[in-house]
Ligand binder design. Structure first.
Ligand code: ADP
Ligand code: MG
Length: 610
């Protein structure tokens, strides 16, 4: 038998390795931006064409590279950032693996122009599928410019599996925002298809956060500032009323690197417990600073997941810091700061005083936690009631009828009873009672119990569906158009559905980069709910990005009807009109989510009750 094992040729090995590091335009963007930051740039410009599929360019004013380094930078495992194994535990730079440029060059056409400060000429390198096609001196600005053209042009399977431009652009935006958020001391610009998306001047963290996620949250931000012996926590959280149903605005950075961590996320959520609705997500932008020796950022190649030595302590500190901030800024009622007994016994709390500890003794948490590991109670707030009132009320669950399910005859004569004439039929005298979430009325065959909100949902749903079907735009013009700001990724989703929303009665014009002007709304929208309904739609679509047009429209009207249906106290005539409208629907029995709208209690079942 012949020997069969061969070494992979370099270009193939590089292509395979590239798959690990570069999955889509967003991954290349991330690597290039991070390199620019590591090079000490104070200004970085990101330019994309076609969501990065055609071009990704990053121009920085950092320290540049010599001609030799420029050539070396494309070699695999070529890095200027670590030299010995110990360095790995003291990482202060974004990159250190020396794989990014080699990977990018394996799957794209790259043009690099770079010049070191003070040099007369810079270096131009063109490289394609890992082979250098040109290298020559060039006149260029100080700093570095990488252009990545036609990503995956030589790996058709990968190119083919890239998602729509909207989806890819959304991924790029996510990366851009995470990086720009952590570096308010660097000016960033982002241009897509010649349209400027962001122009962020150097500023403080708050200015940067607002520029990235919308100025409208300004008054909702609460600063968090805590020093402890294990970690420092800085940043912002949103007041409870800013927690919308969008998970988008949640950012953790460990040593200025964006991370995802369900455990820490839980710590923050738990600090908000009872302050926001269960389906809402608190807004946070939190920077955790920790001794790099205590984090292992190396567990995941794209480095979004991290491991900590002492995650229980991190949890406790973080949770307490958030509770304290909420309390200090008067947004939470009195909170019990008692530490979890399990945590009180952690070795970190019993440790001898270290230098770090001494340095941090002024910190609030340090006092509370380390003095016997004991927490405390914060003074009771007087305006607890006022605060409670601020909370959004959500529709309570349907209370039970108190009638055993078994004795309510189901479905049976329901269809026959649906004739509105019968509903209107007066037997004796006819009353409509509004009780709790229900309307109760009589008809020939029995007593009808009807869930008001669900009935409204059904009516609105069918109206919207017919607007879509007939392509009929019925809208109420607003006297004072409303300007709304969305997070960039949300703005993208909204832009995509503007024409659908137009058919549904929303008259919305894009304004500046991520803000929109609502000029008209569907006629049934209750006053003050114009933006909330939009937010709910975006949130719904966010989780199902690649839906076909038809399902997307249905998802939109389902969400709209749910949010637009606001139960209210009604006059008898209004109640009757609602019942009539319901029974004129194609599907009066079920709400768009499938729940039952009404039941009829027939004479027999009433008899069996008494
Ligand atoms: P890593 O960032 O992990 O070191 P990369 O492949 O991303 O690996 O980059 C390789 C090397 O190229 C870097 O270590 C750095 O020395 C150099 N380099 C990359 N981008 C730039 C840039 N924008 N400016 C200056 N040097 C750069
Ligand atoms: Mg790098």
């Amino acid at each position: 038998m012949p020997d069969i094992i061969q070494l992979l040729p370099d270009h193939l090995a590089n292509q395979i390795a590239a798959g690990e590091v570069i999955q889509r335009p967003a991954s290349a963007v991330k690597e290039l931006l991070e390199n620019a930051i590591d090079a000490g740039a104070s200004s970085i410009h990101l330019v994309l064409k076609d969501a990065g599929k055609e071009l990704i360019q990053v121009v920085d004013n950092g320290k540049g590279m010599s001609a030799i380094d420029a050539r070396m930078s494309f070699e695999r495992h070529a890095t200027s950032k670590i030299k010995k194994i110990e360095d790995l535990f003291e990482i202060r730079t974004k990159g250190f693996r020396g794989e990014a440029l080699a990977s990018i060059a394996a799957v794209a056409q790259v043009v690099l122009k770079t010049k070191q400060t003070g040099d007369a000429l810079g270096t131009l390198i063109e490289i394609e599928a890992s082979s250098v096609t040109k290298q020559e001196p060039v006149a260029c600005a100080e700093g570095t410019s990488f252009s990545i053209k036609n990503l995956f042009y030589n790996v058709p399977a990968r190119r083919h599996f890239l998602k729509s431009n909207t989806t890819e652009l959304k991924h790029v935006l996510d990366e851009f925002i995470r990086i720009a958020m952590a570096h308010p001391d660097i000016a960033f610009k982002f241009t897509h298809n010649n349209v400027e998306q962001f122009n962020l001047p150097v500023g403080n963290l708050k200015q940067r956060v607002l520029a990235l996620i919308g100025n409208n949250i300004d008054r909702h931000l609460v600063p968090v500032e805590e020093q402890t012996d294990l970690l420092n926590i800085t940043g912002f959280i949103g007041k409870p009323e800013a927690a919308n149903r969008t998970r988008g605005n949640q950012y953790f950075f460990i040593n200025n690197r964006f991370i995802k961590n369900a455990y820490l996320n839980h710590a923050v959520n738990s600090a908000f417990e009872g302050l926001i609705a269960k389906d809402a997500f608190p807004l946070y932008v939190l920077f955790l600073e920790i001794d790099p020796r205590k984090v292992d950022v190396n567990v995941h190649p794209t480095k979004q997941e991290v491991k900590f030595d002492d995650d229980k302590m991190m949890y406790a500190y973080l949770q307490a810091a958030i509770k304290y901030a909420l309390n200090k800024f008067n947004v939470a009622p009195s909170i019990d700061f008692t530490l979890d007994p399990e945590i009180q016994h952690l070795s970190a709390l019993q440790m001898p005083q270290t230098q770090a500890r001494q340095a941090a003794t002024s910190g609030y948490l340090f006092d509370k936690f380390s003095k016997g590991g004991q927490a405390h109670f914060i003074d009771k707030q007087e305006d607890r009631a006022a605060w409670k009132q601020q909370q959004k009320t959500f529709f309570p669950d349907m209370p039970s009828l108190g009638i055993p399910e078994s004795i309510i005859p189901d479905e049976r004569p329901v269809q026959a009873a649906l004739m509105s004439t019968e509903v209107l039929d007066d037997v004796g005298y006819k009353a409509i009672i509004q009780w709790n979430d229900y309307l109760i009325t009589t008809m020939k065959s029995g007593v009808v119990i009807l869930h008001q909100k669900r009935a409204l949902e059904r009516i609105i749903y069918e109206k919207l569906a017919s607007s879509l079907e007939n392509k009929r735009h019925v809208s109420q013009q607003l006297l004072f158009p409303i300007t709304v700001n969305f997070a960039p990724a949300d703005a993208l989703i909204l832009e995509e559905i503007l024409s659908d929303l137009f058919l549904l009665g929303y008259d919305i014009k894009p304004d500046t980069a991520h803000s929109f002007l609502i000029q008209g709304t569907p006629t049934d929208i209750p006053l003050g709910y114009e933006t909330e309904v939009l937010e709910a739609i975006i949130e719904q679509l966010k989780h199902e990005s690649d839906m076909v047009q038809n399902t997307k429209q249905l998802a939109i009207i389902k969400t709209m009807s749910k949010r637009m249906a606001i139960p209210r106290t009604m006059q008898k005539e209004q109640a009757q009109a609602l019942i009539d409208e319901l029974f004129a629907c194609d599907q009066p029995q079920y709400a768009p989510d499938g729940s039952l709208i009404f039941r009829i209690l027939h004479k027999e079942s009433i008899e069996s009750l008494l």
